[in-house]
Design a protein around this ligand. Structure first.
Ligand code: ZN
Ligand code: ZN
Length: 430
């Protein structure tokens, strides 16, 4: 508004007092008043008498004025900014800017909403995780408390048994001392009697207690001590290991699914590529095109974890496959085709089996890979089982029954095929 007022007073200043319009070819008189060149010329022509200013009446010796280019320029500016086209253009510009600002504001509000939703999601996720972490630790604490109570109770029970046995022995000894004292007394008396030359018989003595009869209990404190001085933490850890949920699943390879060029160990926990084709039975479960094998154990509920020793094998595929995958065809290993896998090529090129591959940066080459399948959460995660660091996680895992999946891959020419092994317990301390 203020600038509009300024504009109006500027327009007033640039208005000719004769024609009441913006100056046309403004000229300045000696009194500093301005008029249109034509207006002042016409005015002077129309009057009789001395030449004067129509505004302040100052008289001049002759009809003289000066062209004022500065005022002329200002007039042109005011005229231009007052034109309909200019105003319409300006209005359009303002409307456009308004629209832009409004849409920007809406966009920012949308972003704030998204941020808030994300924050809610983070809080919710953390709360759920806290509950899960708490539950898992609670289970371990409970296990250890129960075990500790059991060990201490056993220790107490053994102590009581030993104390009871020692108590019985002590009682026996005290009884024996009493009997011996009675015997002593009787004998003393007998000696006294013989001193007086009285014929007496040998007194009747207590003979229940003898040194052999009250032999001490066979308690070996040293052996007892050794029993409880065992590597208790390790013993408990091994016990706890069996109790872990999920602990390493004791998987075995399923012979019926193995490609004919895969050789399984007797206990079905090791597989290695074989140069030729082994005799096999035709079976729809068997992989014919690719050098794959599944575990005999499939899962469709619960949480499961297993570990696979890959050693320094330079290439492999590991993961999970849907029961429904077609074993007779060669397909890309990706979730769209029913496979959730981690793969290694050329000894150090790790990638997740997405479409396209997701290359992974993994510092050191894990010798063991841990695979975690959460059927309810539909999550498949891969770990470096040497350090239990997460390598990759699929969040839209299998729907329906799935089997642990393994591929030795075809060895490169001239390279000795190396085996893949399923581990049933960790071979190194974490
Ligand atoms: Zn004029
Ligand atoms: Zn004047």
């Amino acid at each position: 508004m203020a600038s509009n007022k300024n504009k109006m007073s500027l327009r007033d200043d640039l208005t000719c007092a004769i024609c009441y319009d913006l100056f046309k070819e403004p000229v300045m008189l000696g009194c500093m008043h301005h008029f249109c060149k034509r207006c002042i010329t016409t005015y002077w022509r129309s009057i009789r008498g001395p030449v004067s200013c129509p505004q302040c009446r100052q008289e001049f010796p002759s009809k003289q004025f000066q062209t004022n280019y500065l005022v002329a320029g200002l007039v042109e500016k005011v005229r231009a900014t007052s034109s309909d086209r200019y105003v319409k253009n300006l209005e359009k510009q303002i409307k456009d800017t308004l629209k832009l600002q409004r849409s920007q504001r809406d966009e920012f509000i949308g972003m704030i909403r998204k941020d808030n939703e994300q924050l809610d999601l983070i809080r919710q996720c953390v709360a759920e995780l806290q509950e899960r972490v708490h539950g898992d630790f609670q289970a371990l604490h409970h296990f250890l408390e129960v075990e500790e109570a059991a060990v201490l109770e056993e220790l107490n029970r053994e102590q009581e048994a030993m104390v009871e046995e020692m108590g019985r022995h002590l009682e026996g000894l005290q009884e024996a001392v009493r009997e011996a004292e009675q015997n002593l007394q009787a004998l003393q008396q007998a000696i006294g009697s013989t001193d007086h030359n009285v014929l007496v018989e040998l007194p009747e003595l207590n003979s229940r207690a003898s040194l052999q009869a009250i032999k001490g209990p066979d308690i070996d404190v040293s052996a007892f001590r050794s029993k409880y001085m065992a590597p208790l933490q390790y013993t408990m850890w091994r016990k706890m290991f069996k109790f872990l949920r999920p602990g390493p699943a004791p998987l075995t390879f399923d012979d019926d699914t193995a490609h004919p060029s895969l050789l399984l160990s007797q206990d079905k926990t090791q597989v290695v590529e074989y140069e030729g084709i082994l005799p096999y039975k035709l079976n729809p479960k068997r992989f014919i095109q690719c050098i794959n094998v599944l575990a005999a154990q499939g899962f469709q509920s619960g949480r499961h974890y297993w570990e696979v020793a890959v050693g320094n094998k330079p290439k492999w595929d590991l993961g999970v496959a849907l029961e429904a995958v077609d074993r007779q065809v060669r397909v890309k290993l990706c979730p769209e085709n029913g496979y959730w896998t981690l793969r290694l090529r050329n000894g150090n090129e790790y990638s997740a089996g997405t479409q396209p591959w997701t290359p992974l940066r993994i510092g050191s080459s894990p010798q063991r890979i841990g695979i975690f399948l959460d059927c309810e959460e539909r999550q498949v995660s891969f770990y470096n089982a040497d350090s239990m660091t997460l390598l990759y996680s699929f969040s839209s895992g299998p729907r329906g029954k799935a089997f642990p999946f393994f591929s030795t891959c075809l060895s490169d020419r001239g390279q000795k095929p190396l085996p893949i092994r399923i581990l049933h317990s960790p071979t190194v301390a974490l």
